[in-house]
Design a protein around this ligand. Sequence first.
Ligand code: GLP
Length: 255
Amino acid sequence: MRYRHKGMTLQIESTYEAISQTAARMLVAQITLKNDSVIGLPTGSTPEGMYAYLVKMAEEHIVDFRDVVTFNLDEYLNIASDDPQSYTYYMHKHLFDQVNLQAKNTHIPSGTHSNADEVCQAYDISIFQHGKIDMQILGIGNNGHIGFNEPDIKFEAGTHLVTLDAETIRANARFFKTAQEVPKEAISIGIRNIMQAKKVVLIASGEGKAEIVKQMLFGPITPKVPASILQLHNDVTILLDQAAAKEILPLLSIQ
Ligand code: GLP
């Protein structure tokens, strides 16, 4: 089902599989229209299904990544890029090593460089030099973060060093042996970078995301829920499975 809400497109499908496939198809359509598209990529468990479909479509020669440029949203600070917990490792596992993206065209902020400010500045410049991000794919954190833009972020921020929220550390602890091992800091592109993307696609799955999805779409635009700023973007698609849409479905039906 498709709805329009405050200028955004909300697409609700029954399963995680279905939204993963839709997200992959939207990316493939973008790359088909413009083979050197600049794509903003997320990590986390939600986009794993989308990456699996992208790899499958590349194997079936439906899409060619040769000229595609990618910028990842974020990376933990002080985790080596070959550490299985790093987002760099994640990207190689789920996409980079499985399709014909060229290494020179993939970008992830370095979490191990001695000067994080320099990394942030260089990342912003590099995005700028490639023109605008054509399509930015996002997940959403339980506290409304996008990338690692935690509650109370300044909406005008570019790429910056972030101190992770206690809620984020708790949520991401499932990927580590203990919560103590979760890095406390990360480098993330800013809300400004996300808002400058030509198109934004946000994917959310599962009942655990239902309440924050409602706040993002129906609550006030506030730095307390960073994703709420997407209400002001002029080309946003929100892909939700039935469980993630649970709280908003009753509100949509009465519109
Ligand atoms: C992480 C990432 C976000 C991601 C979010 C949700 O902390 N920095 O980019 O959207 O958490 O992750 P998941 O999809 O695993 O719920």
